[in-house]
Design a protein around this ligand. Structure first.
Ligand SMILES: [Zn+2]
Length: 152
């Protein structure tokens, strides 16, 4: 500490204000099995929970959970589901555009509305944009032109 004072009086004062168990290896507990005061894993975790860390625990977990799930199937097989990318390892979701049973499981466990994860091609707006210019209304039989042909 005397050497610290000669190097930087401000640093010396700053350290004196802190509890020595937090900055001196001589007072570190040996249960952590780590001689680093801080490591990248802690920094990454803190950066991830920054927006959510003042929330209740369930809200926090919902906010920091990413979109990837591991879902167990019937015969103990496991499938990776990414609900944001709308993919499942079984490939059904990608093929038909509707969440497969594994995708549904992931969506339900994360309290998301499955309807929002169905491909746009199944939505009314898509059908209307495709068929509106092709299908026209027709008049009833009373307005059809008369012919002399025998009715079918
Ligand atoms: Zn699947």
């Amino acid at each position: 500490m005397e050497r610290m004072r000669t190097e930087s009086a401000a640093a010396h004062r700053w350290l004196l204000e802190k509890d020595h168990v937090h900055w001196s290896k001589a007072f570190f507990k040996d249960t952590a099995m780590c001689d680093m005061l801080c490591n990248n894993m802690c920094e990454a975790f803190n950066a991830t929970i920054l927006k959510a860390r003042d929330k209740p625990i369930i809200t926090l977990m919902e906010m920091i959970s990413n979109s990837t799930f591991q879902v167990r199937g019937h015969a103990d097989e496991r499938y990776v589901v990414d609900i944001e990318r709308r993919t499942c390892a079984c490939n059904k979701w990608q093929l038909i555009g509707i969440p497969c049973i594994h995708g549904m499981s992931a969506l339900m466990s994360s309290n998301r509305d499955p309807i929002q994860f169905i491909d746009n091609m199944y939505k009314k707006e898509s059908f209307l944009s495709v068929y509106t210019p092709v299908i026209y209304g027709i008049n009833g039989p009373s307005l059809w032109p008369k012919t002399n042909d025998k009715p079918l």
